[in-house]
Structure formats: structure tokens, C-alpha cells
Design a protein around this ligand. Structure first.
Ligand code: SAH
Length: 331
């Protein structure tokens, strides 16, 4: 029996810290929006007090968001079939609202997060008519105000560590059809899970959603000095990147999918995406927004984050698949 250790319930405090990373992501997004890097008229509703982030963070948010948006748009445009998006650890992501306003939303957009996060998100949505008006008329709250069900948007509360046991049966109950083309999105989320849990999700997706796409954004390169500093800084806040050593570089990020049966996988770091996949006109536009003189720091930071995507299309080759045009496109 142990008495009053300094951290009596380590797991719970760690989950709380992980939930807090959503506020960081949202504040960073808003900083990039306010400076003109990105357009997102809904981001401000999810931030109590905005802060201007340093230029390298703003540039990082810009590259991350633009390429994830681009992959999502390519998925939506890939065929005329009905489609689903499942956003794992969606936090305060506004993509459903942006797509809905642009009348580009998929057949069903599902978001999952801890109840503490989903209830706050719902309170924000219901408080702001600009957001609420975009919900379908049949939207109704459930599970003590931690969930929302509707014909085109579902917000589900739960723990991704119990994805197959708890969340999948609920998704099926709520009308998700995994025979439809489905995109799973994990923007800075799976990295917080022990790989036992994240691997289970990635494997379930390839086995149960035959026409699917998986997209992750997360940290890599734990072993160099910058990587070690990144880990230390987060540990000071009680945040552990539990998946970092399992998928520490671009090659292992791709292997993560191929090993489990995905047919195609590609991972690129943020530095490479910025350098080679952003057009010179777009680079010139952001260069005017604010002065970035910490080039060395930018390169270091940007090498430690990557976007990976994987595709599955069991019956066809990539050339014939509806997903054939999905790739990192020049922006
Ligand atoms: N994807 C969003 C938020 C990233 S922050 C964005 O990029 O803006 C990480 C999010 O993952 C948080 O909202 C956190 O609550 C959620 N998360 C982490 N582990 C989780 C788990 N085990 N179950 C459910 N949600 C989890």
C-alpha cells in the first residue's frame, strides 16, 4: 500500500495535461488566423484570450493546417460517393463548420474527444449563433451535454484507448457506415497514446473500413538534441509523447501503415512541405505577414513534425482507385 505519493493518480493528471494541449493548438491556430496566414472565421469562438505566437510557430500552424486541409479536400473531391470523416481527438477543430458553410461537408462528419473537451465545445457551439446555425435541424444533445447527434455531424465523447471496445459500437449504432469511403484524421493526437492503443485503431481502420484514408500530424526525431529538448519541455507539463519512439522518423511513419495492410503510405516533414510544396507566390505572401529571422530554429522545429497519410483500396491498384489523385499537392 502506498500513501500520498506526490502524484497519486498519474494517469488522470496526464490525461488532463493532454486535454490542455487542445487549448495550445487553438490559440496557435487563432494567432496564425489573426496575422493573415490562415482563414478561419470560427477559430476565435474557441479561444478565451488570444495570444500572438512567435513567427516560427505561426508558420508551423500555417503549413500544418494548409496541408491537412488540402488532403481532406482531395478526399472529399475524390469521387461522388457519400463519404465520412472521423476526426480522432478533434478538440476545438472548426473544419466541420468551415466545410458546412462552404457546402462542401461530407455525408457525415464525426468528432471524438474526451467528455471534458466535447462538453466545452458544445457549450461554445450553442452559445454562438454563427456556429449553431450551421447544425442541421435534427441536431440533438445527449449523454449529459457531452455529445451531439445529427444527420451530418456527430460529436462523441469517449476514450480513444477504448476505440474498438466502446467507440466503434457506438459509431455503428449512430449510423456510421464503414463501407463508405472514410477518412480518419489524427492531428496531434495518436502521439499521446501508447502505441498499443494507436496501433489498434490503425489496424481496425484498415480491416473494417475497406475504402479509407488515415492522416496523422505528429512529432518525430526524438533522439537528437532538439527532439530531447522537445520531450523535456513537454514532460515539465506532465505531457508524454508515448508514440514518439515507436514511429520516430518518416520511414517508420510510413511502415506503421504498410505493416498493417494499408496499400500506400507517405510521410513528409513540415520543413520539406514548406520548402518544396508551397508555391513561391504563397511563400512571398506569408513572408510579408511578419519577419522571420530565426531560420535555423524554424528548420529545426519543422524537421520535428510530420504529416503522414495512408490509403487502402483493396480491389484496385492505386492508379484505378478513386483516391489516385490524393497526394501532397503544391499549394
Ligand atoms: N486535433 C485537434 C486537437 C489536438 S490536441 C487540433 O489539432 O487542433 C489533442 C486532443 O486529443 C485533445 O483535445 C485531447 O483531449 C484529445 N485526446 C488525447 N488523448 C485522447 C484519448 N485517449 N481519448 C480521447 N481524446 C483524446
Amino acid at each position: 500500500m502506498s500513501f500520498g505519493t506526490s502524484r497519486p493518480n498519474r494517469n488522470i493528471s496526464n490525461d488532463e495535461a493532454v486535454r490542455g494541449t487542445n487549448d495550445d493548438a487553438t490559440i496557435s491556430k487563432l494567432s496564425a488566423v489573426n496575422l493573415g496566414y490562415l482563414e478561419d472565421k470560427f477559430a476565435r469562438y474557441f479561444v478565451k484570450r488570444g495570444t500572438r505566437r512567435p513567427p516560427i510557430i505561426n508558420r508551423g500552424s500555417f503549413v500544418r493546417t494548409r496541408f491537412l486541409d488540402s488532403l481532406l479536400q482531395l478526399f472529399i473531391d475524390s469521387s461522388t460517393e457519400k463519404k465520412q470523416v472521423v476526426s480522432l481527438g478533434a478538440g476545438s477543430d472548426t473544419r466541420y463548420f468551415l466545410l458546412k458553410e462552404a457546402k462542401q461537408n461530407p455525408h457525415l462528419y464525426i468528432e471524438i474527444d474526451f467528455p471534458e473537451v466535447t462538453s466545452r465545445k458544445l457549450a461554445t457551439i450553442y452559445k454562438n449563433p454563427e456556429l449553431k446555425r450551421l447544425l442541421p435541424e435534427d441536431a440533438k444533445l445527449g449523454n449529459g451535454g457531452t455529445e451531439l447527434y445529427s444527420s451530418d455531424y456527430i460529436l462523441l465523447s469517449g476514450d480513444l484507448r477504448r476505440f474498438t471496445e466502446d467507440l466503434v459500437p457506438r459509431l455503428q449504432e449512430l449510423g456510421c457506415d464503414f463501407s463508405l469511403p472514410t477518412m480518419f484524421l489524427s492531428e496531434c493526437v495518436l502521439i499521446y497514446l501508447d502505441p498499443i492503443y494507436s496501433d489498434k485503431i490503425v489496424l481496425w481502420a484498415v480491416e473494417s473500413a475497406p475504402k479509407s484514408m488515415f492522416v496523422t500530424y505528429e512529432q518525430i526525431l526524438p533522439d537528437d538534441p532538439f527532439g530531447q529538448m522537445m520531450i523535456r519541455n513537454l514532460e515539465l507539463r506532465d505531457i508524454k509523447l508515448r508514440g514518439l519512439h515507436a514511429y520516430p522518423d518518416l520511414a517508420s511513419q510510413e511502415e506503421r501503415y504498410l505493416q498493417k495492410g494499408w496499400r500506400f503510405a507517405k510521410a513528409l516533414d513540415i520543413q520539406e512541405l514548406h520548402e518544396h510544396y508551397i508555391s513561391s507566390s504563397e511563400k512571398a505572401r506569408i513572408a510579408k505577414l511578419e519577419f522571420l529571422d530565426e531560420l535555423e530554429e524554424w528548420n529545426l522545429l519543422a524537421k520535428h513534425y510530420c504529416i503522414a497519410y495512408a490509403l487502402t483500396f483493396p480491389e484496385e491498384s492505386k492508379e484505378q482507385s478513386p483516391f489516385k489523385d490524393i497526394c501532397f499537392q503544391k499549394l
